[in-house]
Design a protein around this ligand. Structure first.
Ligand code: IVH
Length: 680
């Protein structure tokens, strides 16, 4: 147990050190702030419980990056700390409670924007900018003075009544427009564009050639004056002074009395931030009075008197690298956008669905475009727009593929359907494997011992090409089969092999599936448009696979909720000999091909009677009437045909229906007649 915990602490420590390095030194993070913060919190919790395993250089006690080799390393006069942060209102209110416990409730907060850039400390001596240091590891940073001097908004000389020596700290960032233009230029010269303004600001300040830095439009806001407490009484006041010395200070700072006011400021900026010309990633809340700040003090890495409330990003922009096409089990072709990985709401997004040819045409999305990605309700994010300003000049209109990427068969597109299909049902590998995978899936035959890529192995070994083949498998054939599976997302490879235990589980799972009820077997057959609800309807209505397989179009559409599209699909499924062969073999293997009698069958008085319910009733609701019909062995049908036994009519039954019943000579009975019938 303790070895396990030590391992966990070691691996989290190592992982976080790597991410910190990627973020601060390389300016190329691969996980989101949120993921990082969560991991840091996990590590902190573990370290608190098991301090004996804590690394003395743990990322939980060190502020951030480290110094880069190319610049002079200089020690900060005052350590350059980070801020505690949160994404939740509750934790913000906890912060308020903690402060009140320590200093009572007579104090003010300042609320400020949290600029999403790169921290910098500027030292002015006798009004002259003498040094600009990056945060580095918080204790010592890189001297990037020459680069910082290229930033127009940072004065080389202060004006007015400035102190003899002062350090001001703030954030260097890039405006979104400038960032976009810079990316366009990079692209024109064949360089890879930056993913977001923060990364490009950080990347720029670390450049070695000052002339290059000067070409990149950086800006800055300063948010902290390090100086003598007595000189300025409050944080807000000190920033006012800094503004008077000619330093860039944001106008958006507000001083408030309560945490409710703080929350109001946060809420208003969560909306308004989209209108800003630069990115902010949250709001920083600080106790305004310096002597109270002093009383509150610091933890190992951050001040107790401040907290950052972070917003989540909802939309990301990234480059469309390529479009690939996936073939589903029914042969439908789905275009997929392969994206330059981008962080969005806590996860790295590499792919987005493009749905079909119409969606591609409507968006006019082209390889090379910078696209906007959002996460909707779906698991796979979607492309919601394109930044046309950034379209590469040579970007080609996307032409949908004409042949199947898996088997080379010419694709077809049916009237009125959005998707393209590969018609090679019996020879296209993903369709064959997909059908078997569907058959064993949870809502169908639920053979979970065959999950996780095992069907691929059985297909590659030529043991399984259709669901019926599963029931011919035996233990000896399975033992020893293996395959290396590569996870496309992570690139990790994994060897899947069937040991004796696995083989036995598979055999047992297959045997158990013989008890799965008929409607799930029917769903498992994978008839296009026959989902689990439709399968249930068909199974309840036709009772046996034989009856369903010979049902006519009219009989099919007469079933409640079965439309023409489904009926045609069922007919074409049973028109294929191959499908009937599979069904025959499944039946011989002992699968359920008949609906069980409903358990709550009350009587047989309506046995097999096809009944249409229409109009409004007094005693029963229409739904209840339908249930009553089934309880007494009858069948609900949707529309009146020659095969209808009778129409159960309530008030307001449509005149057309009544006329049809009369014309076909079908009895029309009332609710009272019906009640008498089932009771007697
Ligand atoms: S105050 C003792 N105010 O966010 C630390 N920081 O996640 C004082 N930041 O390290 C920092 N806007 O790099 C402060 N208005 C603001 C800020 C701000 C952006 C950055 C800064 C800080 C980091 C914390």
């Amino acid at each position: 147990m303790s070895a396990e915990i030590k391992n966990k602490i070691d691996s989290l420590t190592q992982e976080l050190k790597e991410h910190t390095y990627r973020y601060y030194v390389l300016a190329q993070p691969t996980i989101s702030d949120r993921e990082f913060d969560q991991k840091l919190k996990d590590l902190e919790t573990l370290e608190e419980a098991y301090p004996q395993y804590k690394d003395p250089n743990s990322p939980t006690s060190i502020v951030g990056g480290e110094v880069t080799k190319e610049f002079n390393t200089v020690r900060h006069d005052t350590p350059m700390l980070s801020l505690g942060n949160t994404y939740s209102k509750e934790e913000l209110y906890d912060f308020d409670q903690r402060i009140k416990k320590l200093i009572g409730d007579d104090f003010e907060y300042t609320c400020e924007l949290k600029f999403d850039g790169f921290a910098i400390g500027l030292k002015y001596r006798e009004g002259k900018l003498v040094q600009a240091l990056t945060r580095g590891d918080g204790v010592q940073g890189d001297d990037v003075t020459t680069n910082v001097k290229t930033i127009r908004s940072i004065p080389h000389l202060l004006v007015g009544n400035y102190p003899n020596e002062v350090e001001v700290r703030g954030e260097i960032f890039m405006h979104r427009k400038a960032f976009e233009k810079m990316n366009r230029d990079r692209e024109a010269s064949g360089e890879k564009p930056f993913a977001n303004p923060r990364n490009s600001a950080a990347g720029t300040i670390k450049m070695q050639e000052q002339t290059e830095v000067a070409k990149r439009p950086l800006d800055a806001f300063l948010y902290q004056v390090i100086g003598d407490e007595k000189e300025f009484r409050t944080h807000g006041g000190s920033l006012e002074k800094a503004r008077e010395w000619g330093l860039p200070v944001s106008n958006e700072l507000r001083t408030v009395k309560t945490i409710e006011d703080v929350w109001g400021y946060i809420e208003s900026w969560d909306e308004k931030r989209k209108e800003l010309s630069f990115d902010i990633d949250g709001i920083v809340v600080k106790v305004n009075n310096f002597s109270l700040q002093h009383d509150l003090g610091f933890t190992a890495k951050s001040p107790r008197w401040a907290i950052a409330y972070k917003f989540e990003t909802e939309r990301a922009s990234t480059r469309l690298e390529s479009i690939s096409y996936q073939v589903g089990r029914t042969g439908s072709i789905t275009p997929v956008a392969n994206l330059d990985p981008v962080l969005l709401l806590g996860t790295t997004v590499k792919r987005a669905s493009l749905h079909n040819a119409d969606v591609i045409a409507e968006l006019d999305v082209r390889v090379g475009d910078i696209v906007y990605v959002e996460k909707g309700g779906e698991i796979i994010p979607k492309i919601v727009g394109i930044n046309l300003d950034l379209r590469p000049q040579n970007a080609q209109t996307t032409e949908f593929i004409h042949v199947c990427p898996e088997c080379g068969t010419e694709l077809i597109r049916k009237e009125g359907e959005a998707a393209h299909y590969c018609p090679n049902e019996s020879g296209c590998p993903p369709q064959i494997k997909g059908r078997v995978e569907h058959f064993i899936s949870r809502k169908a035959l639920d053979i979970d011992s065959l999950g996780e890529g095992k069907i691929g192995i059985l297909y590659d070994s030529e043991l399984v090409k259709n669901p019926a083949d599963l029931y011919d498998l035996n233990f000896d054939q399975l033992v020893g089969l293996s395959k290396t599976i590569v996870n496309e997302e992570t690139g990790e490879s994994r060897l899947i092999s069937f040991r004796e235990k696995t083989a036995q589980k598979i055999v047992d799972g297959i045997v158990a599936s013989k008890n799965i009820p008929f409607h799930r077997v029917l769903y498992g057959l994978g008839i296009r448009f026959v989902g689990s609800t439709v399968a249930k309807k068909l199974a309840n209505h036709f009772k046996t696979i034989e009856a369903l397989s010979v049902a006519s179009f009219e009989e099919l559409v007469a079933v409640d909720e079965i439309g023409e599209k489904i009926a045609r699909s069922v007919l074409s499924f049973f028109a294929e000999d191959q499908n009937n062969d599979v069904i025959q073999r499944l039946k011989e293997a002992g699968l359920q091909m008949e609906a069980e009698k409903p358990e709550d069958l009350v009587s047989n008085v309506l046995d097999g009677k096809k009944i249409v319910v229409s109009g409004v009733f007094n005693t029963f609701s229409r739904g209840d009437l339908k249930k009553e019909i089934e309880k007494h062995g009858g069948k609900n049908v949707g529309s009146i045909s020659a095969k209808t036994d009778f129409v159960l009519a309530g008030e307001n039954m449509g005149p057309a229906k009544l006329a049809k019943a009369e014309k076909l000579g079908i009895a029309v009975i009332s609710e009272d007649d019906f009640i008498a019938m089932i009771n007697g």
